[in-house]
Ligand binder design. Structure first.
Ligand code: ZN
Length: 363
């Protein structure tokens, strides 16, 4: 079988031939991969800025956003049967006995940095026909979500962040509404984050470059959020339009725009960073104003990466809710489908909102 892979040392991105994997322990599950989503992380890996091959391999199989069908189970597997749908975890724990997060089942909070990530860091990804994985790393998905469940993994980022928003905003010990949220960026993580915020009761705004009308603004309107182009309103104008900004969910990884928005975060506001910037030139920020606001407005700043099992469970549950509430908008997030043979195209030449690689089991 073939797989989409990157050879960092040779600086090549190409198909490789792999042996079809076999179950080798009682707790394993053999999966047929149905779909793999591609994102900015894959692009960074294919531009050789990011991505580490597994030990002993000269290539890394790509693909961390996936949807799979169970085809075979080891004798000790209890939660899955052939035909079931599953979304595998991306991050696997480090091996250090003294690292509480990884030992406690929360590798997304790994403190050693020695974690593994499927398709990203020292573990092959899912961009191939068959994969064998441990039952413990699989999240069940109902059949009704077959068409859109490849979006579960990008939604987990928002779910992890929302769970943290709920905990952190308990610091405000008075009766309050969810408030007003601004999502920075209208990519898949931003749009899914906006769905999660609307669903959680926030009055939600999306702040993004492209001028409407455009498909991202259409999705925004369909979910009852408001789209504002950064080419039409500065951060200060945005803040006047929105009113007190209670939460910012940053999902673009562009430092200047993020700090411009941090300057207009509201009283008691929480700024959540989820985008990963490329290491570029230093930028200029108005540090006095930022610190002044942080203190005098009781603000908080949070960074969040990856997601634990609770976020995967929440993402499966909420994607089901979004799909019932806004079926067209959820479907509209998937804008391109490519066979494995053309896996490079949507990675190298990004277009649309979310592009996916559709596997057929015959590569
Ligand atoms: Zn760890």
């Amino acid at each position: 079988m073939k797989a989409g892979a990157v050879f960092p040392a040779k600086r090549r991105v190409e198909l490789v031939a792999l042996e079809e994997p076999r179950i080798s322990s009682a707790t394993q599950v053999k999966l047929r991969i149905l779909e793999v989503g591609v994102c900015g992380t894959d692009r960074e890996i294919c531009q050789f800025h990011h991505g580490i091959v597994p030990q002993g391999s000269e290539f890394l199989v790509l693909g961390h956003e996936s949807l799979a069908e169970v085809v075979e189970t080891g004798p000790a597997v209890g939660r899955f049967r052939p035909g079931d749908l599953a979304v595998p975890m991306v991050r696997l724990p480090c091996g250090h006995a003294d690292r509480a997060a990884c030992r406690g089942g929360r590798a997304d909070f790994c403190s050693s940095g020695d974690f593994f990530e499927r398709g990203i860091k020292q573990a092959h990804g899912f961009m191939t026909d068959f994969v064998v994985d441990e039952e413990a790393w699989l999240n069940p998905v109902p059949q009704e979500l077959r068409e859109v469940a490849v979006l579960v993994e990008p939604l987990t980022i928002a779910e992890k962040t929302l769970a943290e928003i709920r905990v952190i905003q308990q610091r405000l010990p008075y009766e309050r509404r969810p408030g007003r949220a601004v999502v920075l960026g209208a990519g898949p993580v931003g749009l899914l984050g906006a769905m999660a915020l609307v669903n959680a009761g926030f009055e939600t705004y999306i702040y993004s470059r492209e001028v409407p009308p455009n498909p991202r603004a259409d999705v925004t309107a369909a979910i009852g959020a408001t789209y504002i182009s950064s080419q039409m309103q500065s951060a200060e104008q945005l803040a006047r339009t929105v009113g007190n900004i209670d939460v910012v969910y940053e999902a673009i990884g562009a430092s200047q725009t993020a700090f411009d928005l941090l300057e207009v975060l509201g009283a008691n506001g929480l700024f959540c960073f989820t985008g990963v910037p490329r290491h570029g030139q230093p930028i200029s920020v108005h540090a006095d104003r930022l610190l002044y606001n942080l203190v005098l407005k009781n603000q908080a700043i949070l960074g969040a990466v990856n997601a634990g099992r609770d976020a995967f469970d929440a993402a499966v549950r909420d994607l089901g809710l979004f799909y019932k509430r806004w079926p067209q908008a959820v479907r509209a997030l998937i804008t391109g489908r490519y066979p494995l043979a053309e896996f490079r195209e949507p990675i190298v030449v990004p277009s649309g909102i979310k592009n996916i690689i559709v596997l057929d089991g015959k590569n």
